[in-house]
Design a protein around this ligand. Structure first.
Ligand code: GRF
Length: 226
């Protein structure tokens, strides 16, 4: 039976879109619910367009127990087994991370543990990478606990920083990689839920990521750096 995944998102939802497209014809897993803390999030519109149940759960100025009660109720109603955060900017309440221990993950637009933690989101991350003079950045998929960006790392992929990069050009290059890496990592975790002893799990993420079109080209541009 298909693993039922909830995606939590606060923003435009391009990673959500990559997940929707990846799982559209899959027997292994499906995006069964989208949750947002912002009523106007593009992610909610994308969910509606794909006919996926979508819910706005307000977090601002509400007791955390009320927020987690709302989340746990809808997660249970929709029989969710796995949660993928995709640009969800709020801390997930501990009652939810505890219940979904090892079944909740996030994607971060840098190579953690560098450039993570509170306040390190969106363009702040890429601006910090550029001002540190890094030659390589990347994307990290990690488990989620009740602290920002500190859960154990599931998958990472490097992305070169090129001479003349701006925050916008670097963000776009990393985001393209995220759209490839995240669906593969989520699929690997979904597979592992169904077959915990399977030996093919995350190793496949790297094999598949490495063979995906264009990734070698991204990487080989590293060779051109001085
Ligand atoms: C991505 O860069 C992701 O790594 C970070 O938030 C951003 C979300 O972008 N956690 P989108 O809403 O998926 O377009």
């Amino acid at each position: 039976m298909s693993v039922r995944i909830a995606v939590f998102a606060s923003g435009g939802g391009s990673n959500l879109q990559a997940l929707i497209e990846h799982f559209a014809n899959s027997d292994e897993a499906m995006i069964a619910l989208v949750v947002s803390d912002r009523a106007e999030a593009g992610a909610l519109a994308r969910a509606q367009a794909a006919k996926i149940p979508a819910i706005h759960i307000r977090t601002r100025e509400r007791p955390i127990d009320d927020v987690s009660a709302d989340m746990l109720e809808v997660l249970e109603d929709q029989r969710i087994e796995l949660i993928a955060l995709a640009g969800y900017l709020k801390l997930v309440p501990p009652a939810v991370t505890r219940k979904f221990r090892d079944r909740i993950m996030n994607i971060h637009p840098a190579l953690l543990p560098a450039f993570g933690g509170k306040g390190m989101f969106g363009n702040h991350v890429h601006a910090a990478v550029l001002s540190a003079g890094c030659r390589v950045t990347g994307a990290t998929v990690h488990h989620v606990d009740d602290r920002y960006d500190e859960g154990s790392i599931i998958a990472q992929w490097p992305v070169p920083v090129l001479r003349g990069d701006t925050v916008a050009s670097l963000a776009a290059r990393v985001l393209r990689m995220e759209h490839r890496l995240y669906p593969l990592a989520v699929a690997a975790l979904a597979r592992r839920l169904r077959a915990p002893d399977a030996t093919s799990g995350l190793a496949d993420v790297f094999r598949m990521a490495a063979s995906a079109d264009g990734i070698e080209a991204e990487m080989s541009s590293l060779a051109g750096l001085e």
